[in-house]
Ligand binder design. Structure first.
Ligand SMILES: C[S@@+](CC[C@H](N)C(=O)[O-])C[C@H]1O[C@@H](n2cnc3c(N)ncnc32)[C@H](O)[C@@H]1O
Length: 258
């Protein structure tokens, strides 16, 4: 695990993919959706309206997909994990989801009005993935990247981050300006960044499950995983329910350059 901070291909292959091969029901239960105001902002900025053709890339269990589907967008999802796709088909019925990766998107060229990536761009090879996104977008199409990040300036979150070892294993520095990565590709711009704070209310079990749903926890040897989750459960036992988990949603939108 020590390599995780330093080796992007290790993170991508072992954590980005391996870390989501199981535990998809836990992921679906414990992770928050995206605040309505952030999704509305994404839709307005990226011109997503009823009938827009939207690709949700690395869709997971479809948390963002279902929100855009509810706005009337014509969505399609790409997700490499069969386990995630299994939950997706249950939770977002009627929206197609296909196996594939951001580095090799199984979607035709110039067929999408927008491509969105929720809580996943940090797992991609950015150069290759942005070239693929540009390929599938039609002229004037939009890219939207979004993350729900726990607000680590909150003392409770800071302690949870320490106990759960997120401070060691986070796959990217929380709050990172991904706009610079988008800019560097030269394919999209200008980048607009928006932050939206919100609070997710959790019971103690779901608080622990949320830590369990992190990919670095999923790939721990079972004995180590149990020890870590036991320590998180002990911490949760000291907190009054419901536990308010403060988040900041970080959203980046940019248009394909002509
Ligand atoms: C934290 S989950 C986010 C899922 C969903 N977008 C959401 O908002 O809940 C990260 C997802 O990225 C997927 N993933 C990891 N590496 C990927 C890659 N190279 N290409 C496409 N998807 C990838 C994983 O399988 C997982 O479903």
């Amino acid at each position: 695990m020590e390599r995780a901070e330093h080796d992007p291909s290790y993170r991508r292959n072992e954590l980005g993919r391996g870390g989501f091969e199981t535990g998809s029901d836990t992921y679906e239960r414990a992770r928050p959706g995206y605040p309505d105001s952030a999704v509305a902002h994404l839709a307005a900025a990226a011109g997503i309206a009823s009938g827009s053709r939207v690709l949700d890339l690395a869709a997971g269990t479809g948390k963002l997909t279902r929100q855009l589907h509810d706005l009337g967008a014509s969505c399609v999802a790409v997700e490499p994990s069969p386990s995630m796709r299994g939950v997706f088909t249950r939770t977002v019925p009627g929206v197609p989801v296909v196996g594939g990766t951001a580095e090799q998107v199984p979607i035709g060229s110039a067929t999408m009005d927008a491509v969105v990536v929720a809580q996943a761009f940090h797992w991609f090879d950015p150069e290759v993935a942005l070239a693929e996104v540009a390929r599938v977008l039609s002229l004037g199409g939009w890219l939207g990247l979004i993350w729900n990040e726990r607000d680590e300036s909150d003392p409770m979150v800071a302690e949870m981050v320490r106990i759960s070892k997120w401070d060691t294993f986070a796959p990217y520095p929380v709050g990172r300006d991904f706009g610079k990565v988008i800019d560097a590709s030269g394919r999209f711009g200008p980048v607009e960044r928006t932050k939206v704070p919100f609070v997710q209310e959790l019971d103690r079990r779901t608080f622990v499950e949320q830590v369990a749903s992190r990919s670095y926890v999923q790939v721990l040897p079972e004995a180590d995983r149990q020890v870590l989750l036991g320590q998180v459960a002990e911490f949760a036992d000291q907190l009054p329910e419901p536990i308010g988990m403060p988040y900041i949603t970080d959203l980046f939108c940019a248009q394909l350059r002509g």
